[in-house]
Design a protein around this ligand. Structure first.
Ligand SMILES: Nc1nc2c(ncn2[C@@H]2O[C@H](COP(=O)(O)OP(=O)(O)O)[C@@H](O)[C@H]2O)c(=O)[nH]1
Ligand SMILES: [Mg+2]
Length: 215
């Protein structure tokens, strides 16, 4: 028996695939830089792709307002007391949009390294962000979220020197919980790593089944 969320997520995945939209979700602790990276991502990708974003928080429309500066369509989902997004919330939020008119849909989950891990949102790619200011051992402390994600993104690399970030230690920590996991590095502030990160997203979309059914 599938959990109720898994059933809705499966329907969402089918809809995304049929519409040809590639869906990327972002999970991390609060303050790791999800919104900052997403605002940059939307601004840059929108030159070549049709992009939109959903963003979850317990309260406020703050992140949606920040993301809307990219000029991309954005919707805030407020969860009240819930520490994660559920597939049904994503489904409801999508009522207002025609999915066939999108190439990329981004979903910023509620900032939390625990709850979001067990909720499939029907996404094609789940990114787990870890900022250099959080310490290198977070993957070992929160293995489930790293196991539920496809790729790790180390953020705020411009601050790495200031906090004496140990790249070897974070790499060991990630590989200990998820052997072979791909790790990207970005600074949304300076733009370092943004080019490779955007190329990675475009390549993932091109390789996915959503892109294949377009042709
Ligand atoms: N130095 C630096 N600060 C960043 C970077 N990305 C985000 N921040 C800062 O980190 C804080 C939290 O970022 P935010 O995007 O709101 O994180 P979220 O809670 O994961 O969405 C803000 O003060 C951002 O300005 C970065 O690449 N470099
Ligand atoms: Mg945010």
């Amino acid at each position: 028996m599938l959990k109720q969320n898994d059933m809705v997520a499966r329907q969402l995945r089918d809809r995304f695939r049929a519409a040809g939209v590639f869906v990327v979700s972002m999970v991390s602790s609060p303050g790791s830089g999800k919104t900052t990276l997403l605002e940059k991502t939307l601004t840059l990708l929108r030159k070549s792709y049709r992009v939109a974003a959903l963003v979850g928080d317990l309260a406020t429309e703050n992140d949606a307002q920040r993301l809307a500066r990219s000029q991309a369509p954005v919707q805030q989902i407020t969860t009240g007391t819930l520490c994660h997004l559920e597939a049904a919330m994503v489904e409801r939020a999508l009522d207002a949009w025609k999915l066939e008119e999108l190439d990329f849909l981004f979903i910023e989950n509620v900032g939390n390294l625990v709850c979001p891990s067990s909720y499939d949102l029907g996404e094609n790619l789940r990114l787990v962000l870890i900022s250099v200011t959080e310490g290198e051992d977070k993957p070992r402390k929160y293995p489930t979220i790293f196991n539920s994600a496809d790729v790790a993104v180390v953020t705020k690399t411009d601050l790495a020197g200031a906090v004496e970030f140990d790249w070897g230690a974070v790499s060991e920590s990630i590989q200990a919980v998820r052997p072979g996991m791909q790790v990207l590095r970005v600074s949304a502030k300076t733009g370092e790593g943004m080019g490779s990160y955007l190329e990675f997203l475009a390549a993932q979309r091109a390789e996915s089944c959503v892109a294949k059914i377009e042709v």
